[in-house]
Each structure stands twice: as C-alpha cells, then as structure tokens.
Design a protein around this ligand. Structure first.
Ligand code: SOE
Length: 401
C-alpha cells in the first residue's frame, strides 16, 4: 500500500464531470465506511492553471498541478485516478503503473483494443509487485444491480435465456449542439457505443456471469457536421449556412446490436444519444427459466423480481425496495427506506478499491475485464462496418490478471 501506513494518497487527473463525481466519493468514503486505510486527496491535475486551482479548492484537493507526469512520478502519491478523455488513458496508466502507483481508470478503458491490451499487460506486470489496477464501471456498485447479480448467482432465475439492455440519452438531439470531445473519434474512441454502450455491456456480463461471444450490429451518425465549440482549434473546419465554423462528427450517435452470451442467452442492446426525452435512462431486464429481474436507473433504489417458482396464482413482479441493511453497501448508510442516488455508486466503488488495495487483493473490474468489454466494442464496430455477424476476439489468457 502506502509507505505511510494506513494512508492512501490519491492524485486525480481530470476534474470535469467524472472528476467531480470521483472527488465527491473520495471525500465521502472514509466518513461512511470503516476502512483499513484513510484516503488523502493529495493532488489534482488539469491543463489550465487557474481552472485547476479553482477546481482543487472547490472539490477538496490539497494541491494542484498542470503536469500529469509530475503527479504520476511523485513520491507523495500512491494512487492515480484517471478521469480524462479516452485518448490519454493509456499513456497515463502505463506511466503510473511503471512508477508503482495503483490505478483507477474511468471507462471505457481505452480508445482502442491495442491500447487496452497494453494497459492490461502493464497491470499484470505491476501486479507481481503488489500494484493494483481497476476500471471504473460505477453502475456495478448500485446496490440494486449488485443484488441482481446475487439473485442470478444464487440460481433464483434458473437458466438465463434473455437479456435486454438499453442506455438512452438525448443531449445531442439539437444539431446545433457543438462538436465537443465526446463526438470526436480521436479523443473519445467511439460515440454512444463506448460512452454508454460500454456500461450496459459490462453491467449485463457482470450480472449474468456470461460473456458476449458474437454480435450483429448497426450504428448511425444522424448529425454528421456540428458547430465547433468556442475556442477550439485543430479540427477540420467548414462553414454552415450561417457562416459558422463546423466540423465532422466522427463517432456513432447510436449503436444497436444483438448478441450471443457464452452461457446460451440471447441479448439485445441499444445505446443512443438521440432518444428524445430520455436523459440518462439505463434499463436491464433478464429472463430466466425460474424468474426475471428488471433494473431501471431512474428508480435505482428498486429492483423488480418475478419468482416463477411460486404458485402461478400468486405470481407477479414484486418491487424490492433495496434499502435494507442486508442489501449490498447499505448497512453504512441510512435507515431502511431512506433512499440513495447516482453519486453513491462512486462512493461504493472507492470503498471496494480502497479495501482491495489496503488488504492486497485484486479489485474488480480488472483491466482484463475492461479489455474484454473493449473487445466487444470492437466487434460491434466491425460488425456494423461489415454488416455481418462478428465474433468477439478472445482476450489472451496470459493477460487475464
Ligand atoms: C455522458 O454520456 C455520461 O456522463 C457517461 O460518460 C457516463 O459514463 C454515464 O454514467 C453518464 O453519461
């Protein structure tokens, strides 16, 4: 762990939406959970000095820097938390692991399979020296999702036949919405697919314990040209009818695919930023031979469960209010019925990460798990390009750390 016993000094790179969510979790985790280590929010990094100084003060970091290499190499840092766009994940993670730092990296792990492989290999090497690496698929740590996995693992659903997963947003329906980094392939890797499709791929594989083996996909970019954001440079600019500079959208706006899972289930996935009226609607339904479960992020304290082993006259979906102390993560929070929210998934993620690092065990999802998600993303992209069924490339066994 740390050279300073029982203290984990964290350095975070990036401080926008995800950086703010992670900061909230780092600030909170030791105040809620009794953990074998105390987190110190040592250093935050961003490119713009006045902005990162302001963010450090606002989010609760002791110091700030504009040089991520300084952060990664500092003897005052034990954990590097990567909250930047995907184009810098690989470089920062490789440098941090080489410097012996534990790494938490936001999803998707990388922009390409090649980068994800390099990161997974580096994590496997670093592991032999006791260094831990984890990818931040936060929705695994929503208590109702963890409970869903338990029900499946305990056999309450029997044999899984169908998985139905959607992740719907609408923040770029307006064609005047600017060409932000999430709409540029060289920055984000892909569009809705990697940003929100990655979540439902990871979540369904985690809950069912089954991996996607092959896919048939379609993707679409509905708005192909957008106004450049204020102050942008380096983008191939054209002009629209009003003389405003525009640039090409180089990622998918929506990805829809069917898949086979290795335990025999069939699955459908829909990830889109064009579902008008849907702000952040993630929904997963799983149907098995003995029952079904449904999770809806807009009602994240609830899980719908149908137990098909009950007498048919008494059957029906029941709504489990997932706020009991025996439910995952909840004994440290509020009395039953006092609900939690989105940000708690990050606090739970930090709890598990800190516990794993402090006790010397591997946190999950590992970089190898995240590489497998990356391989699915890659298969979806290739399938859409070829308009053909496409097998998911297997992750190399020796990398499975
Ligand atoms: C933006 O689409 C975004 O913030 C994702 O990047 C997150 O991973 C998701 O949780 C919410 O939406």
């Amino acid at each position: 762990m740390s050279t300073h016993d029982n203290v984990l000094r964290v350095g975070m790179v990036g401080y926008a939406f995800m950086g703010a969510a992670h900061s909230q979790a780092w600030r909170t985790v030791n105040r809620v959970y009794d953990l074998p280590a105390q987190v110190r929010m040592a250093l935050v990094c961003g490119r713009d000095e006045p902005k990162v100084a302001e963010a450090a003060a606002r989010l609760g970091w002791d110091g700030h820097t504009t040089d991520w290499r300084r952060l990664v190499e500092s003897d005052e840092i034990d954990v590097v938390d990567i909250c930047t766009p995907g184009d810098s994940h690989c470089e920062i993670a490789l440098a941090a692991l080489a410097a012996g730092k534990h790494v938490l990296c936001e999803k998707p792990l990388a922009n390409t399979v090649e980068e994800a492989r390099q990161m997974t290999a580096a994590a496997a090497r670093a592991r032999t020296a006791g260094v831990r690496a984890m990818c931040g698929f936060n929705y695994r740590r929503v208590p109702a999702v963890t409970l869903m996995r338990r029900l499946v693992a305990d056999g309450r659903l029997g044999e899984i036949r169908h998985v139905r997963a959607v992740y719907l947003q609408d923040w770029i329906v307006d064609p005047q919405f600017p060409l932000v980094w999430r709409l540029q392939k060289d920055r984000a890797g892909s569009g809705a697919l990697g940003d929100i499709g990655a979540h439902i791929i990871d979540l369904t594989q985690y809950v069912t314990g089954q991996l996607i083996t092959g896919v048939s996909a379609v993707t679409e970019t509905f708005v192909k040209e957008r106004p450049l954001p204020a102050g942008s440079s380096g983008l191939a600019a054209q002009a629209d009818g009003n003389g405003r500079a525009t640039g090409p959208v180089t990622v998918d706006d929506a990805a829809v695919f069917v898949a086979r899972l290795d335990g025999g289930a069939l699955a459908t996935y829909e990830a889109t930023r064009f579902a008008t009226g849907r702000k952040n609607a993630l929904r997963v339904e799983i149907n098995g031979s003995k029952g079904s479960v449904v999770f809806d992020l807009e009602r994240l304290n609830e899980l719908e469960f149908l137990d098909a082993t009950r007498p048919s006259a008494e059957q029906g979906f029941s709504r489990i209010l997932v706020t009991e102390p025996e439910h995952p993560y909840l004994s440290a929070w509020w009395p039953p019925g006092h609900i939690i929210g989105y940000e708690h998934s990050f606090t739970h993620q930090m709890r598990d990460f800190v516990e794993a690092v402090a006790t010397g065990v591997d946190p999950t999802p590992s970089f190898a798990d995240a590489l497998q998600v990356q391989l699915v993303l890659d298969a979806v992209t290739r399938s859409a390009e070829r308009a053909a069924w496409t097998e998911v490339e297997p992750a190399l066994a020796e990398l499975a750390a």
